[in-house]
Ligand binder design. Structure first.
Ligand code: NAP
Ligand code: MG
Length: 515
């Protein structure tokens, strides 16, 4: 446990004053849309010919910003800056490094709605979802800073007559952070500042859909006193500079969050020793999910439906933890399906700028096409209960969608769709509920809705996921409270926001002093 840490409270949007403050932040950000952003290498702006254009997925005519695009030569410059900065940053007092993060957290807290409003425009997050994303970013800064302060004295080991022994953690070196667009502030921040506060230097490659919110973090880190070259901001094509820096002999660690396809590629490439490389690369590889809510026959059915609703449709189902499978005991199957259908029919979809919107767009044309394709597959494999419609005339909108009577092996029960689609499936008894839940290559999150204690205890050991929840939904982990990461093909289970996270990016050294 990190003792001095408290998580950032969520904004109460039932209060008019908070809604109004958010409206003001949206208006403030709107005036800044369409600006140009450089790379930042060694603390200095670098402008390139080729650009990434970030657009609003709810209104595709709106440009959020135009961002310089790093190629191999800028990636190499970032590596050289990170190697140079490591010489001094790695020797800073851990508490002084932590102070940079604590100051950054304070700066963001003061401008919280502004950060959230950037995400409403850049990736289509509703107020509630954007607010949670910003709060989680603040939490990562606070939590990892305080964790580093607690690690500073090292861990006690035994000493004996005529001999003193010490055990301390040291950083690894320069490394690469590759982050996804779906928690474009929180995950990007956490996977950057964790290794950073541990004394490493970072090359940050944010997702190409969300480079502007990542630039906002850079501004804050620099304002908070981060020395030049400690974090280098290099948005660019994942396949071009990603491969280059993964393969680089001076890369010491790779902190990746994203799809299974890219994650497994990085894992394999990082294992290969390059000419001139004198270490093994550490990898934290956090990938996708096919997450399940189990509903037992002895369950609160309204709680079950409400849990499925927010877990399946929060941020349009674009969460690694999103519920895409509801596996329900046959005795209560029809009731749970009907209650969920009713809630889904009432969920307001549309522009996330509007106060009443429950669900905004999906991220881009590519995601829209992929999800609509899965909806077509679903129509062949199961019964469409609600939704299934899309509209991409002004933005990428897809209605909350439910399929019923899906068989456990159907593609919509096995493959990550990453959209607002949930498949229902029934089972005879609790053993079968668990068996179907485990019948996937992923093992990220899961939930059990049940009032049967014995069944919950059975799930505690037998439901094979990294984050298991009882009597609530399967999304919305909080830093320091629900350390997050998955089993099986969901990844290396590095447990973001967990008590031993920083150790993935450090190496312990034992010093024996013989008298
Ligand atoms: P993605 O396509 O794998 O992209 C993730 C990042 O990898 C992006 O920055 C991407 O850059 C980059 N990339 C692409 N090819 C690369 C390469 N060859 N080498 C290095 N980097 C490369 O995933 P996504 O679509 O952004 O995110 C959705 C996925 O993330 C889902 O599968 C979701 O479940 C998973 N996810 C997992 C967690 C978790 O904690 N387990 C959390 C959030 C999301 P470009 O943007 O330029 O392509
Ligand atoms: Mg992608």
């Amino acid at each position: 446990m990190v003792t001095a840490y408290r998580h950032e409270p969520f904004t109460d949007f039932t209060l008019e004053e908070n809604q109004r403050a958010y409206d003001e932040a949206l208006a403030y950000v709107k005036k800044q849309l369409g600006k140009e952003y450089p790379l930042i290498i060694n603390g200095r702006p670098v402008t390139t010919e080729r650009k990434i254009t970030s657009i609003n997925p709810a209104n595709t005519t709106e440009v959020i910003g135009t961002v310089s695009k790093a190629e191999e030569s800028q990636a190499e410059a970032a590596m050289q800056a990170a190697r140079e900065a490591f010489k001094t940053w790695s020797k800073w007092d851990p508490a002084a490094r932590a102070n940079v993060l604590l100051r950054a957290a304070a700066l963001i807290r003061r401008r919280k709605h502004e950060f959230s409003a950037w995400m409403t425009y850049e990736i289509g997050k509703t107020r509630k979802e954007a607010d949670a994303d910003t709060a989680e970013g603040i939490d990562f800064l606070e939590y990892y800073a305080r964790q580093m302060i607690e690690l500073k004295p090292g861990i006690p080991v035994n000493s004996r007559d005529m001999e003193n022994n010490e055990f301390h953690y040291f950083p690894l070196g320069p490394g690469l952070t590759v982050s996804p667009w779906n928690l474009p502030f929180a995950i990007m921040t956490g996977t950057t500042v964790g290794p950073m506060v541990a004394g490493n230097t970072v090359m940050l490659k944010p997702a190409s859909n969300t480079p502007v919110i990542a630039y906002k973090l850079m501004e804050v880190l620099m304002e908070a006193g981060m020395p030049d070259g400690v974090v280098n901001y290099i948005p660019g094509s994942g396949s071009a500079i990603g491969d280059y820096l993964v393969d680089h002999p001076h890369t010491h660690w790779i902190n990746f969050t994203g799809s299974k396809e890219v994650g497994t590629r990085i894992y394999e490439r990082a294992a290969k020793i390059q000419p001139g490389q004198q270490h093994l690369k550490r990898t934290a590889i956090e990938m996708g999910g096919k997450d399940t809510i189990i509903v037992d026959n002895d369950a609160d059915l309204d709680l079950a439906a409400a849990s499925i609703l927010y877990s399946a449709y929060g941020f349009s189902g674009q969460k690694c933890s999103a519920c895409s499978r509801a596996i329900v005991h046959e005795d209560v199957y029809e009731d749970v399906l009907e209650k969920t259908r009713k809630l889904a029919s009432e969920a307001v979809t549309g522009d996330p700028v509007q106060r009443e919107t429950y669900m905004g767009p999906v991220k881009d044309q590519e995601a829209y096409d992929k999800i609509m394709e899965y909806i077509e597959i679903g129509k062949k494999e199961a019964r469409l209960v609600i939704g299934g419609d899309g509209d991409n005339s002004t933005g990428f909108f897809i209605k909350p969608t439910i399929f019923a009577e899906a068989s456990p092996d159907a593609r919509i029960m096995q493959e990550e769709i990453f959209g607002p689609v949930v498949a229902f499936c029934q089972a005879r008894d609790f053993d079968e509920l668990i068996e179907i839940a485990n019948n996937t290559e992923y093992g990220l999150t899961g939930a059990v809705i049940s009032n049967n204690r014995a069944h919950l205890e059975q799930a505690r050991t037998d439901f094979h996921v990294g984050n298991l929840y009882f009597n609530r939904g399967c999304t919305a982990a909080i830093v320091g409270y629900q350390p997050f990461g998955g089993f099986k093909m969901s990844g290396t289970d590095a447990k973001a926001g967990g008590p031993d996270y920083l150790l993935h990016f450090m190496q312990p050294k034992t010093v024996t002093d013989q008298f």
